[in-house]
Design a protein around this ligand. Structure first.
Ligand code: COS
Length: 384
């Protein structure tokens, strides 16, 4: 749902320019230093990137899902680390509050997230609970007007930078599965909260993950999202429905970037007396990539429009995440292949992208979890 085409076009143009002129030239520095330069973070704040999908009444740009995926197509044409920094504020870090938070919680936290003053992160995964998220073991035990949280969360994106954590913890130990889980906002600096060392990842240098550890961490009872116990797993799943669409759009943008790089290389690189782009076997790789990107882009836009139309898009979001992330992996592989030996050395961005995009098939639900969600929903709907 595009509300105002002219304003959106201005936003997309300025994003595209920012990516081209500021972010792409800084990619190597970010990869080498594992840090996004502070000046760039400030510019991201000024552009409103931390609040793209936070409602306007809380200081964000309030983009609809369709507008957000169009913005994500642009942002993803550079290192995913830049997107990752703003991604949790717009996505999994803030959406729990936006979807299920109380008015008071929204008014208190969302303006700080929209401005980028606070970074949010989403703490669901644990050492023993990844795909089987409902088996999580972190506990939150009520003690007067507080909850006492104990447990460890793993691979938490932006945890080292975060000012608040959306934490899923078991408030009802009698219920082993999804039913006994609640979602909390925990602020940085709360006694009993500490961080593990930063994970050494295969790619996405500049985006940081680490363990978040809770040892008798006392959180005010008013910080339970929505003021309700035992509905936190559903909050997390609703958050992921939206997050999966966003990541799908990121897969499309990253694939477009890799294909642009591969096309440019194929037109410049000469072998057997002509540019390799003239060879039909190279053309096949270019054409298959173009067609698959187009398919993923169309799927993502369709699902985003349906979500704006208030439809349940759990199945569509999983279809998009499944197809777009696998597509992105295939495009990365072909882009390296087209670059030949040059694709294996770090002088070319495609070597870095190949490693960076591998994560897309894993986080916010693996490909196999998307298959499971799609098939389960099909069987449920057929039985109605
Ligand atoms: N929206 C709203 N509610 C949802 C939902 C959704 N998209 N998906 C599930 N629920 C509800 C179900 O309706 C069910 O509620 P009831 O018991 O009232 O019927 C409850 O949540 C439990 O769902 P379900 O029974 O499907 O849970 P399972 O444990 O069987 O499986 C999967 C859930 C596997 C789909 C879930 O654990 C998952 O998505 N895992 C991957 C986690 C992930 O993406 N991790 C990435 C880390 S975050 S970057």
């Amino acid at each position: 749902m595009i509300r105002d085409q002219e304003t959106l076009s201005i936003l997309l143009d300025s994003l595209s320019r920012f990516v081209r002129e500021r972010l792409v030239p800084a990619e190597n520095e970010v990869a080498e230093t594992d840090e996004i330069p502070a000046a760039i973070v400030d510019e991201m704040r000024e552009l409103g990137l931390f609040g793209l999908s936070i409602p306007e009444e809380y200081g964000g740009l309030g983009l609809t899902m369709e507008e957000e995926v169009l913005a994500a197509f642009e942002i993803a044409k550079t290192s995913p680390a830049f997107r990752s920094l703003i991604g949790t504020n717009n996505g999994i870090g803030s959406q729990g509050l936006i979807i299920d938070g109380t008015d008071e919680q929204k008014h208190y936290y969302l303006p700080k997230l929209a401005s980028g003053e606070l970074i949010a992160s989403f703490a669901l995964t644990e050492p023993g609970s990844g795909s089987d998220a409902a088996s999580l073991r972190t506990t939150a035990v009520r003690d007067g007007d507080h909850y006492v949280i104990n447990g460890t969360k793993r691979f938490i994106t932006n945890a080292p930078e975060a000012g608040i954590y959306t934490v899923m913890a078991r408030t009802n130990p009698e219920i082993k599965g999804a039913g006994g889980i609640s979602a909390f906002i925990v602020e940085k600096g709360t006694p009993g909260l500490s961080l593990g060392k930063i994970d050494k990842k295969m790619g996405q240098k500049g985006a940081h993950t680490c363990d978040v550890i809770f040892e008798n961490c006392r959180v005010p009872a008013s910080n339970i999202i929505g003021g309700k116990e035992d509905v936190g797993f559903k909050t997390a799943m609703k958050v992921l429905d939206k997050g999966r669409l966003h990541i799908s759009a990121i897969c499309v943008g990253a694939a477009e970037r890799m294909l642009d790089d591969a096309l440019r290389y194929a037109m410049e690189r000469k072998q057997f007396g002509q540019p390799i782009a003239e060879f039909q076997l190279v053309q096949a790789m270019l054409a298959d990539s173009r067609a698959e990107i187009y398919a993923a882009r169309s799927m993502v836009l369709d699902a985003a429009r349906r979500r704006d139309d208030k439809q349940d898009v759990s199945t569509e979001a999983s279809c998009c995440k499944l197809f777009a992330s696998e597509m992105c992996g295939r495009v990365a592989d072909r882009a390296v292949q087209i670059h030949g030996g040059a694709g294996y050395v770090s002088e070319y961005a495609v070597e870095r992208f190949y490693r960076d995009v591998r994560l897309f098939r894993i986080y916010e639900g693996t490909t196999q979890i998307q298959q499971l969600v799609i098939a389960r929903n099909m069987i449920r709907d057929a039985g109605r």
